[in-house]
Every structure is written in structure tokens, then in C-alpha cells.
Design a protein around this ligand. Structure first.
Ligand SMILES: [Zn+2]
Length: 239
């Protein structure tokens, strides 16, 4: 009976739509996008931290070189001061003042170095933490991506099986039924046909008139619900 086949076709088409929707929604539901965004954010943070750290390490080296230069200057000046070659008191006093200034400058630089070293140490620790976060996020991303791929493969496999069944079934249905079905399916979100349960249209829940009900048992007739316009089908052993 054509209407029964048409009903089965509708069931298959509804399943096909369902799987197409699943395939469409799977990437979004998988959380892959969010994990990837989080990973990108962490990678950016890591690169900023690395940049800042490299800058501070460079500054640290420069400060250490300055200190070394001061130590060299101090030793040279000190050597001259105590060589006994210079006897002019004023000149000696001037040299002593310069030595004092160098010592003060050295102290200031060393204080800065200590502060910067502490900051570098903290930054190195924060960097390690971010690295751990990046690794974790990367693993999470790969795991979710793998799961998504597995699910998509399953859905695609199921979809192609349904499509094969659907096309095979459609071959057994007359064109006039198929055309009618396609027009009605567009109108009713894929539900062109409605079963009649207890004299009620399952599509709109409205009572089917006794006049129409009589036609339902005529296998060649196409009977439409007077309320919603769906093609009515009375299935045997219907539950
Ligand atoms: Zn109806």
C-alpha cells in the first residue's frame, strides 16, 4: 500500500533531518571552539610573558655590566689615589669624592638588580604555570577534537545508510504520491502525513469526520485532514 510506504519514507526523512542537524550542531556542542579560543588566549599570554621576561633579563645584564664598569673605574681610581704619585691635596680630595660617588652609584645599581632579579624569578614561575596551562589546554583540545571526529563519522555513516534506505524505498512509490508528499512536507516541517489514532488526526489533534473516515479504508484514496491539510494514513496494528 502506497500510503504505508509513504509513511515509512516520512519516518526515514525525519531521521535524515535529525542526523543532518546533529552533524551541523556537533562542532558547536563539542566545545572544540571554546577550547581552541582558550588555548589561543593562553598562547598569547605565554608569548607576552616570554617577551617581558626577555626584556627584563636583558636589562639585568646591562645593569650587571654597568656595575662591572663602576668596579673597574673604582679600582683604577683607587690605584692612582694610593700610588703615592699624586701629592696635591685638592686633587686627592677630588679623587676621594669621585670614589665615594662611584660607591654610591654601585650600591644603587645593586639594589635595582636585586629587585629586578626577584621580579625575574616571579616571572619565570608564572611562565611555567602558563606553560602547564597551555599543555593542558592543548591536550583537552585534541581530546575534544578526536571525540568530535568520532561522533561525526558515526553520524555521517548513519546518515548515508538512511539515505540509501530512503532512495531504495522511494523507488517503490508512485510519482503522484511522492510529489504530493514533497509539497505537503515543505508546508508541515517534514510531516506531510498524519496517522489517524482513535479517529483523531495525529498532526493537529482534531477529530476526523465520519465522512472522511470511510475513505481511509479505500487503498487508492488520498484523504486529507480537514483542519491541517495533512495526508491521513490509517496504519494496521497501529498503536
Ligand atoms: Zn490534522
Amino acid at each position: 500500500m502506497q500510503l504505508v510506504l509513504l509513511w515509512d519514507l516520512q519516518e526515514l526523512d525525519l531521521s535524515i533531518s535529525e542526523f543532518k542537524l546533529k552533524i551541523e550542531e556537533a562542532p558547536h556542542l563539542s566545545g572544540v571552539e571554546e577550547t581552541n579560543e582558550k588555548l589561543d588566549e593562553l598562547k598569547n599570554e605565554l608569548s607576552e610573558q616570554e617577551h617581558r621576561l626577555a626584556e627584563d633579563q636583558k636589562t639585568l645584564r646591562q645593569l650587571e655590566m654597568k656595575v662591572q664598569k663602576i668596579v673597574d673605574d673604582w679600582q683604577e681610581l683607587s690605584g692612582s689615589l694610593y700610588s703615592g704619585k699624586i701629592t696635591n691635596v685638592k686633587e686627592l680630595e677630588q679623587m676621594q669624592r669621585k670614589l665615594d660617588l662611584l660607591a654610591a652609584e654601585k650600591q644603587k645599581l645593586e639594589d635595582n638588580i636585586i629587585l629586578l632579579m626577584e621580579s625575574v624569578e616571579e616571572q619565570e614561575m608564572a611562565l611555567k604555570e602558563t606553560e602547564t596551562g597551555v599543555n593542558k589546554s592543548e591536550q583537552e583540545f585534541q581530546k575534544k577534537e578526536g571525540l568530535l571526529e568520532t561522533n561525526l563519522n558515526l553520524f555521517r555513516k548513519e546518515l548515508s545508510r538512511l539515505e540509501i534506505d530512503r532512495n531504495r524505498l522511494a523507488e517503490d512509490i508512485e510519482q503522484k504520491y511522492l510529489k504530493r508528499y514533497e509539497i505537503l512536507a515543505q508546508k508541515h516541517q517534514g510531516r506531510a502525513l498524519a496517522k489517524v489514532d482513535d479517529d483523531i488526526c495525529s498532526g493537529c489533534r482534531v477529530f476526523v469526520s465520519s465522512g472522511l473516515r470511510g475513505h481511509l479504508y479505500n487503498p487508492g484514496a488520498m484523504v486529507y485532514c480537514e483542519n491541517c491539510g495533512r495526508l491521513l494514513v490509517k496504519l494496521d496494528n497501529q498503536q
